[in-house]
Design a protein around this ligand. Structure first.
Ligand code: LMR
Length: 405
């Protein structure tokens, strides 16, 4: 039955894990998928998360199905975490929301909503989503699989390739087709680590108020970008304060280290409680035939942390420690490049934020670095800084220098 099926290409990010595992090198380094590693290069479970998990397990919870939109208390705490407890739409009960399968799951459900919207509202609008160039490797696929046309807006400066082209971005967004959706990274843009400044966000929010574009924030790094969850939410909160009825996807993979638990939330700011109720019913209609209801364990852990002031304070400190270690690795990598003899300007490595550095290495250089030094990163030159540690950073610096001198 499957005789004519050709092999699909490996995923450009996750597929690297297998290529790396197959490499016999004893000095190999994996800087591919964005997953935090401690200074010994090992996966890390935050002590606050361990504590929350043991509380969950000790509570002997049952394993009943969650509601289609998940755990209501988790959703409430998630929304307060992102929007701030004083947010007007939250206080007024006009944010439609659901617990979803981390960032990707939320994006997929929202993409389906965007695809259905014209049919639901009797409009002839074509579902279109604009995303930054570049963006996370999975974004376009998620939207295309849902039947949404993907277009791009300028993001990275085409000369420097490591800094923001704000004017280009703004021009493209203002020129976007009316009624389209605009995907924005709430903080720590993946893959570049380059964000608009607070002033640029404010300017963009004001400019986009004059359009009828649907803004959609993908928030995968709240707390992880700067080490301060409030600061990392500033952009999306300012858009909401300006009256934008945003869509939002939140992931707890990176900031809570709950990668494989698939914990996330999606939400949509509505204009009334009636609109919220209708939209939530449509979300249910999308989710139920797709995966019925979300998993419960990870959401219970997040609920335990966000709902307990002491544990939450502990988590904040631990999340900051992860962010600090990454910051330190950025500095060590930059120093290592200088020590290896590089005279190039690598300031973007320490200027960029979040889990990734967008090195500016070309596809050919990335491939050469794999072949010669067994240092693995994605072909766009993105390295997961979280994969660096004191033992391998000088080796990686030398490998980067070797292919870029
Ligand atoms: C990444 O970009 O490496 C992460 O967001 C993990 C993933 O699923 O791609």
């Amino acid at each position: 039955a499957w005789a004519g099926v050709p092999a699909a290409p490996a995923d450009p990010i996750v597929g690297l894990n297998q290529t790396f595992a197959d490499d016999p090198s004893t000095t190999k380094v994996l800087l591919g998928v964005g997953a935090y590693r401690d200074d010994a290069g090992k996966p890390y479970v935050l002590p606050s998360i361990r504590e929350a998990e043991s509380r969950v397990v000790n509570g002997n919870p049952n394993h009943e199905y969650a509601a289609i939109t998940g755990d209501a208390e988790f959703v409430k705490l998630s929304l307060e975490f992102a929007y701030g407890p004083d947010s007007a739409p939250l206080q007024e009960g006009r944010v439609a929301a659901a617990q979803v399968l981390s960032g990707t799951g939320g994006l997929r459900v929202c993409a389906q909503l965007i695809e259905r919207l014209p049919r639901l509202t009797g409009s002839s609008q074509k579902p279109v989503c604009y995303m930054p160039e570049p963006t996370w490797g999975n974004h376009a696929k998620v939207f295309q699989d849902a039947g949404v046309e993907v277009r791009r807006y300028r993001y990275l400066d085409s000369n420097t390739k490591t800094t923001l082209d704000y004017e280009g971005m703004k021009e493209d967004l203002l020129g976007a087709e009316a009624g389209s959706t605009i995907l924005l990274h709430a903080c720590a843009h993946n893959p570049t680590g380059v964000d608009p400044s607070p002033d640029q966000w404010r300017d963009l929010s004001a400019a986009l108020k004059k359009t009828d574009l649907q803004l959609f924030f993908d928030c995968a790094y709240q707390g992880f970008a700067s080490g301060d969850a409030e600061a990392d939410a500033v952009a999306l909160r300012s858009f909401v304060e300006d009256g934008h009825q945003i869509l939002l996807c939140q992931s707890y993979a990176k900031n809570f280290g709950l990668y494989g638990e698939r914990v996330g939330a999606l939400s949509a700011v509505c204009s009334s409680t009636e609109e919220k109720a209708a939209l939530e019913s449509q979300l249910k209609a999308i989710i139920r035939p797709m995966y019925s209801s979300p998993p419960i364990h990870g959401a219970r852990i997040v609920k335990e942390v966000l709902g307990d002031a002491t544990l939450r304070a502990q988590w904040t400190g631990e999340c900051k420690e992860m962010a600090n270690r990454i910051q330190e690795m950025r500095s060590l990598l930059r120093e290592g490049l200088a020590e290896a003899g590089s005279t190039k300007d690598w300031s973007h490595i320490t200027d960029q934020i979040g889990m990734f550095a967008y090195t500016g290495l070309s596809k050919e250089q990335v491939q050469k670095m794999r072949d010669e030094s067994a240092v693995y990163c994605t072909l766009d030159g993105r390295i997961s800084v979280a994969g660096l540690n004191r033992d391998n950073v000088a080796y990686v610096a030398a490998a980067i220098h070797a292919v870029s001198k």
